[in-house]
Design a protein around this ligand. Structure first.
Ligand code: SF4
Length: 440
């Protein structure tokens, strides 16, 4: 795995910052940083006698940190909302990383577990929590052992003023939803819960609960140590800081790298060893993300620039699709997986998504016709904003962007049957389209 770090200059944006951030140094070995190594590099956790909880909230707000799990919600606002509820709160580290094309949380926890844990413990202190739950997918048994060792190190050092608990949850596409984690921690299935109250009001054990992504906590730990101005030295004024990106597909060195917001997509591909083939499109944000035709390679990785294209950084996933692949077939497999992995609790997941996946599969296989294509477009338009969570919205985004990005291929598939590329082996790994074995 490629694990480069640092950030790049982009002429259109503020100069990127090369000082050590999340991965720098650690990733050169790929080994887990021990607590001693971690403290030697960063010093003790930031919340000491000279720092008050609310000053941490203010620093995070001034830094402009946003959640790195995909939604991009302002972290300072989240912290404040839970802190202002009063009473004993709960903090949850969302390390579920259900997006199949993302490896960044797994990698970050492997090399720098104490940075994540520092941030989570700091957040607990800020919001008045006495416990931090760290939620991992059950499939990552090795990582579970590594984290258990990291928790033991901290316990022996009497480092943390709060309890830390590790959990292994069933791994499905929707089990990383914050409400899925709360439901599971409360003894239920790891399925999203759409109805109020919201997690920050009443979550785990009916207490105000802060759920954030693994990477977000690591940034929080560094902001508390180095301040908002330091954080803003990388990225754009609108979107400060760095983010972890998982790059895969037709690049020489696929893997996880750290880059500044605002870095052009082609520069990120160069950092991942460069393109190995001529590209036809990029998948940005993951399986619930957006296809961008290759003509947009120079677009910066920033919400403001991506929004007009219907895209967003999401959880930092970038997949390079070569010209030799069939974008329709790749999308059809993704939609089949997303349909199978929905929780089946709401109409769009039970009926809409499987119908879209089926129509898309027919299109990819050259078995569609103009009427069926019109029905597919109509159904895709009906998916968003109807589920209790955003799962159908992501699938609709993927399908709609594929219909745009691969418009020329659609004509071919309708008039001449599936293209030659559709008969070749798939280029993007997608889990099998089978329903989850268990939600508990
Ligand atoms: S939309 Fe799908 S995944 Fe989301 S809550 Fe409803 S059934 Fe579950």
């Amino acid at each position: 795995m490629n694990t480069t770090t640092g950030a790049m200059n982009s002429s259109a944006f503020s100069p990127a910052h090369h000082a050590p951030r999340l991965l720098s140094g650690w990733c050169s070995t790929g080994a887990t940083a021990t607590l001693v190594e971690h403290l030697r590099r960063y010093g003790p956790p930031a919340l000491g006698t000279r720092t008050s909880p609310m000053s941490v909230v203010e620093a995070v707000e001034a830094a402009g940190l946003t959640g790195r799990g995909g939604a991009g919600f302002p972290t300072g606002r989240k912290l404040r909302a839970v802190a202002e509820r009063g009473g004993r709160a709960v903090v949850v580290v969302n390390a579920m990383e259900s997006e199949p094309a993302s490896l960044k949380d797994e990698f970050l926890l492997t090399v720098a577990p104490h940075l994540v844990l520092d941030g989570a413990v700091l957040a607990a202190t800020v919001v008045g929590a006495d416990i931090v739950h760290v939620c991992l997918p059950r499939t990552r048994a090795v990582q579970f052992g590594q984290l258990r060792a990291a928790l033991d190190e901290r316990r022996s050092a009497r480092l943390d003023p709060v309890r830390l608990r590790l959990h292994a949850l069933p791994h499905t596409y929707v089990s990383s939803e914050s409400t899925s984690l709360v439901r599971w921690l409360n003894g239920g299935p790891a399925r999203p819960q759409g109805s109020p109250p919201r997690t920050h009001e009443r979550g785990v054990a009916r207490r105000p609960t802060l759920v954030s992504n693994t990477e977000t906590f690591a940034h929080l730990a560094l902001i508390a140590r180095y301040g908002a101005d330091w954080f803003r030295q990388a990225g754009t004024p609108d979107e400060p800081g760095t983010l972890l990106v998982t790059v895969s597909g037709a690049v020489a060195a696929p893997g996880v790298l750290e880059t500044a917001f605002g870095t052009p997509l082609d520069v990120i591909l160069d950092r991942a060893g460069g393109r190995t083939e001529s590209l036809q499109a990029l998948l940005l944000g993951g399986l619930g993300g957006t296809w961008l035709p290759a003509e947009h390679l120079r677009v910066p990785l920033a919400r403001r620039e991506l929004a007009p294209l219907g895209a967003a950084p999401g959880a930092g996933v970038l997949v390079a699709l070569p010209r030799a692949a069939c974008g329709l077939s790749e999308t059809a497999r993704m939609l089949a997986y997303l349909a199978a992995d929905g929780a089946g609790q709401c109409g769009p997941c039970r009926f809409g998504l499987p119908a879209v996946a089926e129509d898309f599969a027919a299109l990819a296989a050259g078995r569609s016709d103009p009427d069926r294509l019109s029905r597919l477009r109509r159904r895709v338009g009906l998916l968003p904003d109807r589920g209790a969570c955003r799962h159908p919205d992501g699938a609709a985004r993927l399908a709609a962007s594929a219909l745009r990005a691969f418009a020329d291929d659609i004509d071919h598939h309708l008039t001449q049957g599936a293209c030659a590329a559709a008969h070749r082996p798939p280029r993007i790994p997608v889990p099998p389209a089978v329903p989850p074995e268990t939600w508990r």
